[in-house]
Design a protein around this ligand. Structure first.
Ligand code: FES
Length: 93
């Protein structure tokens, strides 16, 4: 999404989830599963994972994969990220 498309809208960044227990669980799971990548993709992955979880879209690993497919990282195979999200959401892996 381009910044101009957000004109007049509320935007939550990773800092906006600083004191959020659900986001804390995601951050901890990313660390425990070795899913932390760089400072560009990891905040986006956590924001997307938080959105998916709050909207009940993490029923299985397939839905998690589809849910994060817009967050691109050329450095990872995504497995650890999907595993971290599945661990927090309770999705069978
Ligand atoms: S580690 Fe962040 S883009 Fe690949």
């Amino acid at each position: 999404m381009f910044a101009v498309d957000c004109d007049g809208r509320n935007v939550t960044t990773i800092e906006g989830l600083a004191n959020d227990s659900k986001a804390d669980a995601l951050r901890e799971a990313f660390v425990e599963h070795g899913a932390v990548q760089c400072g560009f993709c990891t905040p986006g992955m956590i924001m997307q994972a938080d959105h998916l979880m709050r909207n009940g879209c993490c029923g299985d690993t397939g839905s998690i994969k589809r849910g994060i497919e817009g967050n691109l990282c050329r450095c990872t195979g995504y497995k650890k990220i999907v595993d971290a999200i599945a661990a927090v959401s309770g999705a069978p892996s």
